[in-house]
Ligand binder design. Structure first.
Ligand SMILES: Nc1ncnc2c1ncn2[C@@H]1O[C@H](COP(=O)(O)OP(=O)(O)OP(=O)(O)O)[C@@H](O)[C@H]1O
Length: 507
């Protein structure tokens, strides 16, 4: 069907790596080199570029496996050249104050309290990551200044803002709310609460409280120094005077682009901010800041120092991004069921568009004898917490979910992410949602680990959407052949194994 000499499709641009089991390295087969394919990929013309040299694709896969090996016993794997340089732009105010811009090589250089340092080291953080080394000197500088910070998924943004929050508190006022971290989902808020607890575990007098649905009873007071919550709940608590926000110093929005971009969440964040007259440091963090949202972010967090990444540096090198050409929408299920064995090598997350799809797939997989759990917005809060807790502990290895868990969730054992449905924007679903794609696949490959993402396409629309996402980030997706299952299986296994080796060493 396709002319091997003519680079017309994504499948032509991207090469399928085949595994040479004896040498445990990838080499292209004759069939892939000749462009043999019967997929959507061949039927849709690609507007850009020719194929990368075959050996380039295969060697990049080998490199990824080597990169994924982490240092033995608690060494941090993310301290090498794979972490892209972040671009720092100082605010006008900061420039007039003088240039404090330096990059710290160690947490000790930050001048933070010994108790906070002890907390950091107890988490086995040996050195700051790039975002931490660039952001923390600015975040901790006096007088406090705003920041809009972008860095890749899994690079330690949470610790950067948590260390800042803990360094800004007046410990003589344990019952007075002074810092608020907002997140778009209860799960992420809970996770941030955990990080505050861990880093702050040796800080005398620290008080922490979650403000997500169901945690603060009607009439009860929010009386902790650090509050971590979701925008709607926090807004209601302040309005009902359960939460005194008058002495708030720091406001931090995690996944800021997502919250500011959505009508409801964005309005709630703005209302919350307006109810905090004394806030003097507004921090916005995310792996993505699309241009349109950036302008609003700059209004929300005025005169902020900015840390940004180039668009082609947004994807994490350790995540091998692949796709599978499925026979039909319904046919995706059979492919998923075949992948099940690989999904349980580590832990996996399957992202679908609709809650009903999550339930349907979970039911079928369970009936077929597989252990999976689904979780989404229709579940009651406590149930959501319980399922995620099981997943974190590895008691449940495969989680089927919607975009509700696409952002921020940090489970280091996740070695595979499956995009069962390609993420599309809004109700019309006309445009691919590149940001959500990035956040979804970012649930694997955390802090320098290796992971695999597999996106399912089955028709022209899904194929074109994925192609657009690939072009947006200038990435080459690897095609896995559903017809050559042995090769596909070996390819995935090999990558996951390398990440597991790292994790085992770390344990
Ligand atoms: N300096 C460090 N050394 C070692 N591990 C670290 C360090 N900083 C953070 N980590 C670990 O890296 C992992 C990812 O961090 P975190 O969840 O903050 O990423 P993130 O940048 O917020 O990602 P996302 O964009 O997906 O929300 C966590 O498990 C965290 O404990």
């Amino acid at each position: 069907m396709s002319d091997p000499a003519k680079p017309t499709s994504l499948a032509d641009r991207i090469t399928r790596p085949d595994l040479d089991a004896s040498s445990a390295s990838f080499t292209p087969t004759a069939s892939s080199a000749q462009g043999k394919s019967t997929s959507w990929a061949d039927e849709v013309a690609s507007p850009v570029g020719g194929p990368p040299p075959l050996n380039q694709t295969s060697s990049s896969l080998i490199a990824a496996q080597v990169d994924g090996q982490v240092e033995a016993l608690g060494g941090s794997p993310l301290h090498d050249s794979r972490e892209p340089e972040v671009q720092v732009t100082l605010s006008q105010i900061q420039r007039t104050l003088g240039d404090p811009l330096y990059s710290v090589g160690s947490f000790e250089d930050l001048g933070i309290s010994p108790q906070i340092l002890k907390g950091i080291f107890s988490m086995n953080f040996k050195k700051p990551s790039k975002i931490q080394e660039k952001a923390l000197p600015l975040l901790l500088n006096d007088p406090p200044s705003n920041m809009i910070a972008q860095s890749q998924s899994g690079t330690g943004k949470t610790a950067a803002f948590v260390i800042t929050v803990l360094s800004r508190l007046d410990y003589s006022k344990p019952n007075q709310p002074q810092a608020l971290c907002l997140a778009p989902s209860r799960e992420l808020a809970r996770q941030i609460e955990g990080v505050v607890k861990s880093i702050g575990q040796f800080v005398d007098g620290l008080t922490i409280q979650a403000a997500v649905p169901g945690t603060v009873e009607r009439g009860a007071k929010v009386n902790a120094m650090v509050v971590i919550g979701t925008p709607g709940t926090v807004m209601d608590l302040i309005k009902r005077r359960q939460f005194d926000a008058t002495q708030m110093k720091v406001l931090c929005l995690d996944e800021a682009d997502n919250m500011l971009d959505q009508q409801g969440l964005g309005d709630q964040c703005l209302r919350v901010k307006q109810m905090m007259p004394s806030v003097n440091q507004i921090l916005l963090f995310s792996a993505t800041f699309p241009e349109g949202v950036m302008r609003y972010a700059q209004q929300f967090s005025p005169n902020a120092n900015e840390i940004k990444l180039k668009r082609d540096e947004l994807t994490v090198a350790g995540i091998q991004q692949m796709y599978m050409d499925c026979p039909s929408d319904e046919g995706k299920y059979d492919i998923l069921a075949r992948l099940y064995g690989l999904m349980t090598v580590g832990s996996s997350i399957i992202f679908v568009k609709k809650r009903s799809t999550a339930d349907r797939i979970a039911d079928r997989l369970l009936k077929d004898g597989h252990q999976v759990a689904s979780v989404h917005g229709a579940f009651e809060g406590g149930e959501r917490d319980a399922i995620l807790a099981k997943f974190r502990l590895g008691e449940c290895k495969v989680l089927i979910t919607t975009n509700v868990l696409a952002r921020g969730i940090d489970v280091q054992s996740v070695s595979m992410v499956i995009n069962y449905d390609i993420p599309m924007k809004g109700r019309t679903e006309m445009d691919p949602d590149s940001e959500t794609y990035l956040h979804r696949i970012g649930r694997t490959g955390r802090f320098g680990r290796v992971g695999v993402s597999i996106s399912f396409v089955f028709d022209r629309k899904s194929y074109m959407a994925l192609q657009e996402i690939a072009q947006h980030y200038q990435i080459d997706l690897v095609r896995l052949d559903v017809e050559e299952w042995d090769v596909t299986e070996a390819t995935i296994k090999n990558i996951i194994k390398s990440s597991r080796a790292g994790n085992n060493l770390k344990a």
